[in-house]
Ligand binder design. Structure first.
Ligand code: AHM
Ligand code: MG
Length: 343
């Protein structure tokens, strides 16, 4: 977008905020009730809150293990617990949710009748938690389903393929807070302007390049990788023609996927001989990221099937993930076609 008010020069008078953008999209749907708009308002407020706390964490004693005290002697919550509490309270207060599934809670949260709405939100409040104490990028990931017709909100409402999500997104807390979101009509990226406390549309209609030059895997797991993954990585590191790919791995999915969306290439967290289903969680990590990548023109697969087609059987189930540029993901798929899925 030209002159969104972030470049040098006089501030733009054509600033588009997340709220105004969602409202204008809503007006194009005559039957929209505004519920989703209010839900997204709750989510973006939560992201602003978490962003503020991420930046103050070191000063406020929010890092490290829970159980520490601040100068007043009050108990401090670890940043990921605090983020989870903020997210749950804000979603419940919105009055638009029926079921919440969080990485931090073993069981789904069924919202009480007094606050109940029509939407179900699955989320990882603070992903990449091993990076928190080092100040490396972390993020919030979320996906939104609508309750099935006639349902008041049960686990079944979220055990549905990712392709049925109404909204998917993440907020990356890096040098700035970046909220990237899709409501099924492409992907838009917003940057938090701390001065006015608004997410400003800075990356409209993100399209992932068809091929990239970067691969992003935790190669520390190489010993355990199955043959198709080993052979694929070999093919991009020792190509018969052309330049080898560059390696980038932050170990924070939000940051690794954000870079992949903008620059192209491939992010992978495959299953291996140690972890039969990989490490990442299907509902609130695999699905939202797969949704965004597909909406941006890329692909997301387990190596054997499209991630968004999987019908979950449990809220915290895991999934092997390869996602990114179409041509790069098709290359990894070719290696998998030559072998059967490991049992
Ligand atoms: P978390 O939800 O416990 O933070 O774990 C998920 C994170 C992802 O952000 C990241 O892609 C992956 O775990 C990194 O795992 P590893 O340290 O094994 O490379
Ligand atoms: Mg996580």
């Amino acid at each position: 977008m030209s002159n969104a008010g972030l470049e040098d020069g006089p501030p733009s008078t054509e600033i588009v905020t997340l709220t105004s953008h969602v409202l204008s999209q809503q007006q194009r749907h005559p039957i929209a009730t505004g519920d989703l708009t209010l839900l997204l308002t709750a989510i973006q407020t939560t992201c602003k809150f978490i962003s503020t706390n991420v930046r103050r964490a070191g000063l406020l004693n929010l890092m490290g293990a829970a159980g520490s005290s601040n100068v007043q002697g009050e108990d401090q919550k670890k940043l990921d617990i605090l983020s989870n509490d903020i997210m749950i309270n804000s979603l419940r207060a919105s009055g638009k949710c029926a079921v919440l599934v969080s990485e931090e809670n073993d069981d789904p949260i069924i919202i009480d009748a007094g606050h109940r709405g029509r939407y179900c939100v699955v989320f990882d409040p603070l992903d990449g938690s091993s990076n928190i104490d080092a100040g490396v990028n972390i993020g919030t990931i979320f996906g939104v389903y609508k309750c099935a017709e006639g349902s008041e909100g049960t686990l079944e409402d979220v055990l549905r393929p990712g392709s049925e999500m109404q909204v998917a997104g993440y907020c990356m807390y890096g040098s700035s807070a970046n909220l990237v979101i899709s409501t099924g009509q492409g992907v838009d990226g917003y940057t938090l302007d701390n001065g006015i406390g608004e997410f400003i549309l800075t990356h409209p209609n993100i399209r992932i390049p068809n091929r990239g030059k970067i691969y992003s895997f935790n190669e520390g797991n190489s010993l355990f990788f199955h043959e198709p993954v080993q052979k694929y990585l070999e093919s991009i590191k020792y190509p018969a023609n052309g330049k080898p790919y560059s390696a980038r791995y932050i170990g924070s999915m939000v940051a690794d996927v954000h870079r992949t969306l903008l620059y192209g290439g491939i992010f992978g967290y495959p299953s291996d001989k140690k972890s039969k289903d990989g490490k990442l969680r299907l509902l609130y990590e695999g699905f939202p990221m797969a949704y965004l990548v597909e909406q941006a023109g890329g692909l997301a697969t387990t190596g054997y099937e499209r991630i968004l087609d999987i019908k979950p059987t449990a809220p915290h189930q895991r999934v092997p993930v390869f996602l990114g540029s179409k041509d790069d993901v098709e290359d990894v798929l070719k290696f998998h076609k030559e072998s059967a899925a490991p049992k």
